[in-house]
Ligand binder design. Structure first.
Ligand code: BG6
Ligand code: MG
Length: 215
């Protein structure tokens, strides 16, 4: 029986991929190479430093650890300049409504995100109150597909993993949910998310009845 819903943020609640893309592209340009939208797909669900490693690999560039810290910091400054302007109308269709339906049905809710900027985004979207627990990149040391973020979320909600469902748009996130022993609803392409128990286009397609059918 599902008692708790855990939500990834980027790509599930809000489309921040476009802002990550502009910020990484600008950094690539500053280093003298191009970064395409197709390249950006590789960064979804991937932590900031791991994303930088992929970017540098694409550009064929090698940097020291200290230079990498500076580059990641610079990218984040670009990114933060966008997300601090976000408004609640950028919440993806159905996300707020489904969170409210969960609350009405007495289901516990948690955020499980790799992002260290999750609180800034939730504040801008005015969604904080709809989560009983928030686990983000500031609370975790192991990136998805490690299950740490979702196990910490379940613990914070006092829910057993077999009673939890995770909503994820990234392959690494689906793997993390399954490794945690949870159900998983994939949001996006069935080619990428085929290990999920159910795949939908967005939370606007999700109903509480579908949660019962997962089991
Ligand atoms: C994930 C995104 O949610 O968070 C990744 O899908 C991003 O693209 C990662 O790199 C880390 O985010 P941040 O905000 O800490 O740089
Ligand atoms: Mg995501």
């Amino acid at each position: 029986m599902i008692k708790a819903c855990l939500f990834d943020l980027d790509g599930v609640i809000v489309d921040t991929a476009k802002y990550h893309f502009i910020a990484w592209k600008q950094l690539a340009r500053e280093m003298g190479f191009d970064f395409t939208e197709q390249d950006n797909e590789r960064l979804k669900g991937v932590s900031r430093m791991a994303s930088l490693d992929i970017l540098l690999e694409i550009g064929g560039v090698t940097k020291t650890e200290q230079e990498k810290e500076e580059l990641a910091h610079r990218k984040n400054e670009h990114y933060v300049s966008f997300i601090t302007q976000m408004k609640p109308d950028e919440i993806l269709p159905g996300a707020r409504e489904f969170l409210l339906a969960c609350k009405d049905a007495g289901l516990a809710t948690a955020l499980g995100s790799a992002s260290k900027n999750a609180m800034t985004i939730l504040n801008r979207l005015e969604l904080n109150d709809l989560f009983d627990a928030i686990i983000d990149g500031t609370h975790t040391s192991k990136a998805k597909p490690d299950p740490e973020v979702f196990l910490k979320g379940a613990e914070a909600l006092a829910a057993d993993p077999e009673n939890c469902v995770v909503f994820e748009d990234a392959e690494a996130g689906v793997e993390a949910a399954l490794a945690a022993g949870m159900y998983c609803v994939g949001i996006g392409s069935s080619e990428v998310l085929n290990k999920a128990h159910l795949i939908i286009e967005g939370l606007h397609q999700m109903t509480l009845d579908q949660l019962e059918n997962l089991q």
